[in-house]
Design a protein around this ligand. Sequence first.
Ligand SMILES: [Zn+2]
Length: 316
Amino acid sequence: MRLMSGLVALSSLALLASGCSAFSDDTKADGKTTVAAAFYPLAYVSDRVTEGTGTDVQLLTQPGAEPHDLELTVKETAELASADLVVYESGFQPAVDDAVEQNAGGATLDATKVVDPLPFDESAEEHEEHAGEEGHDEEHDHDHGELDPHFWQDPLRMADLGDAVADKLAGVDADHAERYRSNAAALRTDLEALDAEYTAGLGACTRDTIVVSHDAFGYLEKYGLHVASIVGLTPDAEPTGATLGKLKELIRTEGITTVFSEPLKPALGENFAKDLGLRNGVLDPIEGLTDATADEDYLTLMRTNLEAIVAANGCR
Ligand SMILES: [Zn+2]
């Protein structure tokens, strides 16, 4: 246990919670495999992959909480420390990154390593309209700038994560390896169907631009959508006057009818829609469930989002 000696307080907690299982082969002293999933879409994938195996999935971001600025409680840190597998996304939740580095005693899976995240470059977004060239140099883009963390808006990237979760779990709980893999295959089938619905649903639209609160929908651009956001990648940012002015111009030239707000931060989109006399729709970034969406899941929320875009953009 000397490996953890630098973090006496937290590692002691971890040991209490895990029955001193960290780094040993016998990680399931209590007979139960556990997964700690950092936020809802990761928990959804983990739940699906572990179905019928008795494996316990713990969600570290509680319903209604904003995952971007998550702080871990002592209990959640202990869950993360003792989990046989932690599924997280580096760069999205700094508190989780720190806890993984300092406390994780089992296997870890960083989603960014398996979902091929898209680069996010605000200045590129602003200038791309008159660039008019498809052949941009993606490899070069990856060398600098921020990655867009919201990969779960692409069902096929979720399917890749499902396969990776199954592979990792097969390594820590070989008894259920086959079930993990067949669950991941079933999940992929559902996600490919969802992807096909998006492709068909957004294939012929009167408008191809959506205006949203925070920039959580960039991955939908694969379906031919353009996404303009009131604030940037994080929901807590304040809109600038320059951005609002440009959005108003875009809304006018594109004939946009609807401004989308999001369930955890509705005021931003609502106020902007009201100011401009536009409809206010709801598009859920699906970063977490709320009281209002407690009975929903990733698939139903994605389908509700698709319906909302189809209605706003005149797709048929
Ligand atoms: Zn976000």
